[in-house]
Design a protein around this ligand. Structure first.
Ligand code: ATP
Ligand code: MG
Length: 385
C-alpha cells in the first residue's frame, strides 16, 4: 500500500502523439511546481499521472501547488494497493480513519472489467466493511464523505477527496508568446489567461527611467515572479524607452504621442518576439477602456505589425479584470503607484481616433529602423523563477 497523488487531466481532443506530448509536458511542469516539497517521483500512466512521495513530503504544500498547475482537471491524495478486494477494504479503512465523518458512501469505477466483482458489488462490500469497522452510517444521498475506489488493471486507488484543479492546458504545449507587461492591472491578467491556455509567456517592459522612477521595473519583475508560479522560469526583457520618447516628442504632434509610443513599442516587441521564437504579442488592452484602446486606435497600432497581437481581455470589463487580478495575486503589486512611461510628455487630450494616414505622416520624420535598432541594442534581460 502506498500513499500518493493521482492526477487527472481533461482528455477532450487528446489523441495519439498529441496526447504523449501533452502528458510529458504536464508531468514535467508538475516536477517544476513541486520542487522542494518532498516528492519522490512523477510517473506517467496511460490515464493519469502519479506523484510518489518521500516519507516527510509536505502534503498540504503539494496540494496548494497542484491547484495552480495548468492542465490539471482534478487530483486526489490516494492509497494505491493491489487489485484484491481484501487489500482494497484495508486501504479504504485507513483512508476513512483519517477523516472525521458520521456518514459515508462508497463509489467504485472499474476500468479493469476482468475484476471478479462488479462496481456496485465492490461498493457494497467495501461499504459494509467500513460501516462495521467504524460505526459510521451509510448515506447514499448526502454523505459526509465519499470513498472513491478506482480499479485499473495494475492497481486499485482509494481516496476520500477529489480536489478541483485549475483546468486549462500545460504550459508550453501551445507555443510561446511575448507579453507586453506594463506594471498596471491588466497586462498580468492577459498573460495569465494565455499561460492557462498552454502558452509559455516571455515578458517585455518599456520604461522611461531616468524621466520616471524605477518603480515600474521593480513592479514588473515582481509580477513576473508571481506569474512564474504557473509559467515557471520566466524571462523579462527590459527596454529603456526614454530617449526614443524624447525623439518622438521633439518631432511629432502632441495628440498622437501615446499612439506613436505604442507603435514603436509594438515594432520593438515584434523584433524581440522573433528573437525568442514567440508567435504572437499579447497586450492587456480592453475595448475602449482608455483613449488609446478604441477600435480605430487599436487598428492603427496593429497596422504596423505583421505578428498577431492577441488581446485576451478585449471583451472584459475593468471590474472583471480586477477580480481576476486579485485571484491571481498580482493586484496588490499592480496597484502600487508607478509612473507609467506612456503618460510621459502626454497632452490632456490624446487622440481617440487618429487615422492611419495621420499617424504615418506624423512618423515620417522619424528614422524608425535606427530607433528600433537602438532600442534592441540597449535591451536587458532578467530571468525570474
Ligand atoms: P495595464 O493595466 O496592463 O497597464 P492599461 O489599461 O493601463 O493596461 P495602457 O496603459 O493603455 O492600458 O496599455 C495597454 C497595453 O499596452 C498594456 O496592457 C500592455 O500590454 C501594453 N503596455 C503599455 N505600457 C507598456 C509598457 N511600459 N511596457 C510594456 N507594455 C506596455
Ligand atoms: Mg497601463
Amino acid at each position: 500500500m502506498e500513499e500518493l497523488f493521482s492526477i487527472h487531466y481533461a482528455e477532450v481532443g487528446l489523441k495519439g502523439k498529441n496526447r504523449v506530448f501533452f502528458e510529458k509536458r504536464l508531468a514535467n511542469n508538475i516536477k517544476l511546481a513541486l520542487r522542494g516539497t518532498g516528492y519522490a517521483e512523477v510517473e506517467r500512466l496511460h490515464d493519469r499521472i502519479l506523484v510518489h512521495l518521500e516519507q516527510h513530503a509536505d502534503i498540504a504544500e503539494i496540494k496548494e501547488r497542484l491547484r495552480q498547475v495548468m492542465g490539471i482537471a482534478h487530483f486526489e491524495l490516494a492509497c494505491r494497493t493491489k487489485t484484491d478486494i481484501a487489500a482494497i477494504k484495508d486501504a479504504a479503512l485507513r483512508q476513512i480513519q483519517n477523516v472525521s465523518c458520521e456518514s459515508l458512501k462508497v463509489e467504485t469505477r472499474r476500468s479493469d472489467k476482468t475484476f471478479p466483482l462488479t462496481s456496485p458489488e465492490v461498493s457494497a462490500e467495501v461499504g459494509g466493511y467500513l460501516i462495521k469497522e467504524t460505526g459510521v452510517r451509510a448515506d447514499m444521498h448526502n454523505p459526509d464523505v465519499v470513498c472513491w475506489v478506482k480499479i485499473t488493471q495494475k492497481a486499485a486507488y482509494i481516496s476520500t477527496e477529489k480536489i478541483q484543479g485549475i483546468g486549462g492546458l500545460p504550459v508550453g504545449v501551445s507555443g510561446k508568446v511575448l507579453v507586453m507587461l506594463s506594471g498596471g492591472i491588466d497586462s498580468p491578467v492577459a498573460a495569465w489567461q494565455m499561460i492557462k491556455r498552454g502558452a509559455k509567456a516571455v515578458f517585455i517592459h518599456f520604461y522611461s527611467y531616468p524621466y520616471t522612477d524605477k518603480a515600474s521595473l521593480e513592479k514588473v519583475i515582481e509580477i513576473a515572479q508571481i506569474l512564474a508560479v504557473s509559467n515557471y522560469r520566466s524571462t523579462v526583457y527590459l527596454v529603456p524607452f526614454a530617449d526614443l520618447q524624447q525623439t518622438i516628442v521633439a518631432s511629432t504632434p502632441a495628440p498622437f504621442r501615446v499612439l506613436l509610443y505604442r507603435r514603436m513599442m509594438t515594432r520593438i516587441a515584434e523584433r524581440v518576439a522573433a528573437m525568442v521564437d514567440a508567435e504572437a504579442l499579447v497586450t492587456g488592452e480592453s475595448l475602449a477602456q482608455v483613449a488609446s484602446q478604441t477600435l480605430t486606435n487599436l487598428r492603427t497600432i496593429e497596422a504596423i505589425a505583421e505578428i498577431p497581437i492577441l488581446r485576451p481581455l478585449i471583451g472584459e470589463d475593468k471590474a472583471e479584470i480586477i477580480t481576476k487580478a486579485q485571484r491571481i495575486g498580482t493586484f496588490d503589486v499592480s496597484t502600487r503607484p508607478h509612473q507609467d512611461c506612456c503618460s510621459l510628455f502626454i497632452p490632456k487630450h490624446p487622440a481617440t481616433g487618429a487615422s492611419l494616414i495621420e499617424l504615418d505622416n506624423a512618423e515620417s520624420g522619424l528614422d524608425i529602423d535606427v530607433l528600433v535598432a537602438d532600442a534592441l541594442n540597449n535591451l536587458e534581460k532578467q530571468v525570474v523563477d
